[in-house]
Design a protein around this ligand. Sequence first.
Ligand code: NAP
Length: 386
Amino acid sequence: MLSFSSSKSFTTAKGFPNLHSLSNPFSDSISLRLNPPTILNLRSKSLQITAIDAAQPYDYETQLRTQFNKSNNLKIAIIGFGNFGQFLAKTFVKQGHTVLAHSRSNYVDVARKLGVSFFQDPHDLCEEHPEVVLLCSSILSTKSVLKSLPFQRLRRNTLFVDVLSVKEFPRNLFLETLPAEFDILCTHPMFGPESGKNGWAGLPFVYDKVRIGNDEFRMARCSKFLDIFAREGCRMVEMTCAEHDKYAAGSQFITHTMGRVLERFGLESTEINTKGYETLLNLVENTAGDSFDLYYGLFVYNNNAMEQLERLDMAFESIKKEIFGYMHRLYRKQLFEDEGGLGVSKDKKVGQKLLHGGSALELPSDTLPPNGAAREPPSETVKQTP
Ligand code: NAP
C-alpha cells in the first residue's frame, strides 16, 4: 500500500492515477490511499523506478558495514585447509579474526582445536558471507577448486585472495573466473610452517592489488587483510605478479630444487658441522616438509622455472669441468715433469688413484682449459719422450 498527502486530485477522469501528481509527490500536501487493483493499473502504465532506496540503518548490508567499520576483525574463509592453510589460520585466530574453512578432506577435528569453523559443503561456507575468501589449495588443484565454489551464495562484493607460490597463474585465473564486482588480491607469504615457526617478523610478504574497487569499504577491507601480516612484522613488498614470478624462479624454485637434491644426496649431521654445513641442513629441513605438488607447481606454473633449472644444470656442469680440468692439468704436468712423460695407460692410473674411495673415472678430454696450456706437455719434456 502506498500513502501520500496532497490537496490535489490523484486520479484522472477515467479513474487511473494522475501520474503527474505521483511524479512530484512532495510539491504539495496530498493524501491518497491506493488499493491493490489500482497498483496493478499502475504497473500496466509506463511507470519507471529511477532510483533505489537509500540504505537505512536497519538494512542487513548497512548493519554489516557498520559492524565492519567499527572492528578490525575480518571473517575469513580459507579454502584448502592443508599444511599451509592451517598454519595461516593459527595467526588469524590469534589476532581475533573469525576463521571458516573448507577443504577436500575432512578437517573438522583439526579445525575445532584451532578455533576454526569447518564446513564440508562449500555452499554452507559461502552462506556465512565471509568478507575474504582465501585460496590455499595446491597450485595444481586451484582451478578446479575455484570453479567448484558457489559465487552466487557469497556477498555480492567479496574479496578474493590467494597465497599460491606462483602469481601470474592465479591472477589470470581470478580475472577470468570471478564475477566483475569481486575484489582480487594476489599474495605470496614467502615463508612456510618451518621457516615461520618462530614468528613472521622480517619475513617477506609479497602482494599485488590486482583489482580493488575504488570505494572506502573495499579499500579498508583490503588494508585490514594486509595488516594481518604487517602486524606480525612481515616485510611488506608490493610488486606485480609478473615481477614476482621472475624473481621467485631464480630464488625460491632454486632453493626448493637444492633442498630436494641435498635431501636425496643424504646429508647427515656430524659433531664437526660448520656454519655453512648447518645452513645446508636447515635448507633440507625447510623444504622437506613441502609436498611434491607444491614443488611441481612451482616448476609447471612459473614460465621462468625451466630456464632457471637449465642454468642450474649448466652451472653444475661448468663447476665440475673446472675442478676436473684443474686437477687433470696438474697431474699431467706432475707426470711429465717427475717421470719424464707417460703414455696413455699410465695417465689412466692417475685417474684411478684420484678416486681411490670410489669407482674409476675417465677424465673427459674436454675438461682441459680452453687455452690448451696443459694439453701438451712442456716442449723439453716432449723432446725426452721416446
Ligand atoms: P599443497 O600440497 O601445495 O596444497 C595442499 C592443499 O591443496 C590441501 O588443502 C589439499 O586439500 C588441497 N588439494 C590438493 N589437491 C587437491 C585436489 N585435487 N582437489 C582439492 N583440493 C586439493 O601444500 P601446502 O603447503 O598446504 O600449500 C598450499 C598453498 O599454499 C599452495 O598453493 C602453496 O603454493 C602455497 N604456499 C605454501 C607455502 C609453504 O611453505 N607450504 C608457502 C607459501 C605459499 P586436502 O588437504 O583437503 O586434501
